[in-house]
Design a protein around this ligand. Structure first.
Ligand SMILES: [Zn+2]
Length: 410
């Protein structure tokens, strides 16, 4: 049992107009405070950078003292709850620290146009959650009152201890991201490994299961239509604004479907096995230009081009990250030849791959789904890798014993 933080996303349902206004006011105050202290610290920072001044001693604590003073002098600020607004300065102090190390530049101003309105309720003193039904909960925000939270699939971590809540407006509606401290029980490391093959159509596991990617063709077509439409429309016109809203909505829908699918899939996979093996990321492939390389001009143009490909890579990257934290261990194997090698006899041949979906070994005649075959290969490579790791150090697990037996039997 380990304690971990899990964040649950809710939609905040239309609250009364006064409450909505209050939420925007708090978010606006956060932006104001950020910009106010940014301006106050900018000159000192620049002087220090140019070697003319002393190293600024600004910390979250010193900012907090100044914030209290500012709040005492500003009527409209005093009418809003202090904690979420003050918490902005935590983010600012962190950004300032990064700038001091030279890793990043001085924090940028938060513009009304480009910053999504939002604020953080840093501790349970500022909010309370009460469950009403599977789908609905109530959230009490200090200084605002009760609002309704909705989440179609229910709250998977309702038994956890809420620690922090982030409210953010995505241009369409408010969303709440509630972080729970939860106790998770990871699958014990019993030496078993599940091989996972990911590609454009589906995620396949070495036990013969498939997780098909959700069909988003219609939504993606709509997305493209709106993008083209927006390009034609006059900047600043009401029609363009309308298209922009529609575009944002369909992007969100696509992201939601993908996210849900990722969570469901990785939850199921991690429930099967404590250790999974995946292909190491083909970084070169993923960043390869759509125009192809010098040696290989325009070879991958079709599959690499376009927004879909980018979004898909992002989605599969998410699957990988989710597996990493949900499973006990993630092993990365060299992806070379996993799709051309027979998982039964080990014969490697381009001809083994009859079609995208079908694998038929020219040596032993083994027939399988091509992705399942790849997943089994990935599992075998994962086990070999685990074996090497264990040889160079620790105890024997059933997996390494199995490899021993295999090696022994030829
Ligand atoms: Zn074979």
């Amino acid at each position: 049992m380990t304690k971990e933080i899990r964040t649950v996303e809710f939609v905040v349902l239309p609250v009364t107009r006064t409450k909505a206004k209050k939420m925007f006011q708090i978010a606006g105050a956060c932006r104001y405070v950020w910009n106010h202290f940014r301006e106050k610290n900018l000159a000192d920072y620049q002087a220090f950078r140019n070697g003319k001044g002393q190293r600024p001693q600004t910390t979250y604590f010193s900012l907090g003292v100044e914030f209290t003073k500012l709040r005492g002098e500003t009527d409209w600020l005093r009418e809003l709850p202090a904690n979420p607004i003050k918490h902005t300065l935590k983010y600012f102090a962190d950004a300032l620290k990064e700038a001091m190390t030279g890793k990043k530049g001085f924090p940028k101003p938060k513009s009304r146009r480009r910053t999504a309105p939002g604020f953080t309720l840093p501790s349970t003193g500022q909010f309370r959650i009460e469950k009403r039904s599977r789908k609905y909960s109530l959230l009490r925000i200090q200084g605002v009152g009760w609002v309704t939270l909705s989440r179609g699939g229910g709250n998977p971590w309702e038994d956890g201890t809420p620690r922090q809540a982030v409210l953010r407006h995505d241009g369409h509606r408010w969303r709440a991201f509630v972080s729970y401290e939860v106790r998770v029980e990871k699958k014990p490391d019993d030496g078993e490994i599940l091989g996972v093959d990911m590609n454009v159509r589906q995620v396949a596991t070495s036990d013969g299961h498939f997780y098909h990617l959700p069909d988003l063709k219609k939504k993606e077509a709509r997305l493209k239509r709106y993008q083209r439409k927006m390009e034609r429309q006059v900047k600043g016109s009401n029609r363009r604004k309308d298209t922009k809203r529609k575009l944002a909505r369909v992007s969100r829908e696509i992201a939601d479907v993908r996210n849900n699918w990722t969570h469901e899939t990785t939850k199921e996979i991690s429930g099967k096995c404590g250790t999974v093996a995946v292909e190491a990321l083909k970084v070169k492939n993923m960043t390869a230009s759509a125009k192809g390389t010098v040696e290989n001009p325009r070879k991958n143009v079709r599959q690499k081009s376009g927004l879909n490909r980018v979004m898909l890579d992002t989605a599969l990257g998410k699957v990988r990250r989710n597996l990493e934290y949900k499973c006990g261990r993630l092993i990365e194997v060299n992806p070379a030849y996993t799709s051309q090698t027979c998982s039964q006899c080990g014969h490697t041949d381009k001809e083994n791959r009859k079609t995208q979906a079908r694998f038929q070994c020219v040596n032993c005649g083994f027939v399988s789904n091509a992705d399942t075959n790849a997943a089994i290969n990935i599992r075998r490579l994962g086990m070999a890798q685990l074996h090497v790791e264990e040889r160079s150090g620790s105890r024997q697990t059933p997996a390494s014993r199995e490899i021993d037996t295999r090696l022994h039997n030829g």
